[in-house]
Design a protein around this ligand. Structure first.
Ligand SMILES: Nc1ncnc2c1ncn2[C@@H]1O[C@H](COP(=O)(O)OP(=O)(O)O)[C@@H](O)[C@H]1O
Ligand SMILES: [Mg+2]
Length: 470
């Protein structure tokens, strides 16, 4: 367990708190237990003294023998922490003793004032009386017996101090061992649970993150708890998924670009090589140069589209939003395709909702959207077919629809046509196709918060998008 690890900090924090709490509890418990013990002992001393009195009475009345009484005293004394017991007469002379050695000592050692006080009938406790051997000390309890207000006798119970202290010490030992034991147990429990609930999942997350950092994007955290760590793992997995997706997109993108760039470059190289090698007759050179020119145009278009798209996606695309007259822009865009329209003998029907409508847009970008959609419509419309451009004003929005006769778009293509480089029918549209027209259009519109969609109609395909009126 490292010093700066989370589990160390957690366990240490909890243990400090617990140690303080346990110490407080143990101290309170110790004080209480000691007090309790002293009270208990006092009660026992009183009861024993009464019992002794009773037996002394019986002895005085000759009901029991002196030896029996002495044995009883010894036996009783054993029970009260190895105490010695003596009985004093009304002149405070020892007249009965569990151990004869003690009789002299008592009279010498006991403070006279204490003995005097006995005549008042109060029981007394004297602590730290030196023992007969001069070493050990005693706790002394004296209970006088009165008869008709006159002092008669006293019972003295002397307990070696050591015996009492040992008992208290044992009590302390039990309480504090318990506290320390509980602390150690708590440490294990805290360690175990923090490992399980926090440390291991974090370790797992960390491990997965490390692998992702090295490029292994398939890594996921396998944590299913509902707590904060579970939520973190969820977010982590979502992030990992999106990174994996981004990584895949990047790979696809590079492979697509390489593919797109290779075919024009290959044809350009072929044409030029043919001219250089003199394989092309002089009068045909111009024709080949034209082909090269077209390929280079295609390359330039591709590179421009790519740059636009990447600028849009990285958000570094400047837009000059202004008031744009939509009807005029639509007419201009269609006129640009005049040659193609005439070549295919298409019928173009333009239905505009009102005289003029102003929308908030970047003029060049809106032209780009219209051009991309018109280009597709004209490209996919069969010869002599219909192309229809319609606008509809709906409240604050204007909907622009571009329709062309032709085959409907296949169900699986509908989802994909908005993706970069996606081309529905490769063989038919290969020459003029980059697969970037729709993604660019959608990107531009979505930056304005507008939407664009496609619908298959009975006889053709309809692309539509919205704009906001100013
Ligand atoms: N008007 C349309 N009719 C039928 N299919 C279309 C139409 N417009 C787009 N598509 C399909 O969507 C694909 C992607 O279009 P786009 O992004 O403009 O790329 P490109 O025009 O370079 O092929 C096209 O290859 C085609 O399959
Ligand atoms: Mg296109």
């Amino acid at each position: 367990m490292k010093k700066d690890s989370l589990v160390y900090k957690l366990v240490a924090t909890f243990l400090v708190i617990l140690a303080i709490s346990y110490a407080i509890i143990a101290t309170v418990l110790s004080v209480w237990a000691q007090k309790n013990y002293i009270e208990e002992r006092r009660n026992r001393l009183q009861e024993s003294a009464q019992f002794i009195e009773y037996n002394v009475d019986r002895f005085v009345e000759n009901e029991i023998k002196k030896s029996t009484l002495t044995t009883t005293l010894q036996y009783l004394g054993q029970g009260i922490n190895q105490s010695e017991i003596l009985v004093l007469d009304d002149r405070n002379m020892v007249f009965l003793v569990s151990d004869p050695k003690l009789s002299d000592w008592v009279l010498k050692t006991f403070p006279a004032e204490n003995l005097e006080k006995l005549r008042l009938g109060e029981d007394q406790e004297i602590s730290r009386v030196g023992g007969p051997d001069g070493k050990s000390e005693y706790f002394v309890y004296i209970k006088p017996k009165m008869k008709d207000g006159v002092y008669q006798r006293a019972v003295v119970i002397m307990t070696p101090e050591e015996a009492v202290r040992t008992q208290i010490r044992v009590m302390y030992l039990i309480i504090w061992t318990g506290a320390i034991g509980a602390l150690i147990l708590s440490a294990f429990i805290i360690y175990f649970f923090s490992q399980r609930i926090i440390i291991r999942p974090l370790y797992q997350l960390n491990e997965a993150a490390g692998k992702i950092a090295k490029g292994d994007f398939g890594q996921r955290a396998l944590i299913t708890t509902e707590d904060e760590i579970g939520q973190l793992a969820n977010s982590f997995n979502t992030m990992a998924e999106s990174m994996e997706q981004t990584d895949q997109n990047r790979r696809d993108f590079i492979s697509n670009i390489s593919h797109e760039l290779r075919s024009p470059i290959t044809s350009i190289r072929g044409f030029i090589a043919a001219v250089l090698d003199g394989m092309v007759p002089k009068d045909k050179e111009n024709y080949y140069l034209k082909l090269v020119y077209e390929e280079i145009n295609r390359l330039a278009r591709l590179v421009n589209d790519l740059l636009d798209l990447s600028a849009m996606e990285s958000g570094q695309f400047s837009m000059n939003i202004s008031e744009v007259e939509l009807n005029e822009l639509i007419r201009l865009s269609i006129i640009r395709f005049e040659t193609k329209i005439n070549d295919k003998a298409l019928k173009v029907l333009v239905t505009l909702d009102s005289e003029s409508v102003y929308v908030a847009a970047d003029r060049d970008r809106l032209t780009q959207v219209l051009t991309n959609l018109l280009d597709n419509a004209i490209k996919h419309c069969p010869p002599e077919g219909n192309v229809k451009v319609t606008t509809k004003i709906k409240g604050k929005k204007v909907q622009v629809q571009i329709y062309n006769d032709g085959l409907p778009i296949a169900e699986e293509d509908i989802k994909n046509i908005w993706h970069r480089f996606y081309k529905g029918d490769r063989s038919r549209t290969h020459k003029e196709s980059t697969g970037l027209g729709l993604p660019i259009a959608r990107n531009i519109l979505s930056q304005w918060g507008e939407s664009v969609w496609v619908e298959n109609r009975e006889t053709g395909v309809l692309f539509a998008f919205t704009l906001s009126k100013t």
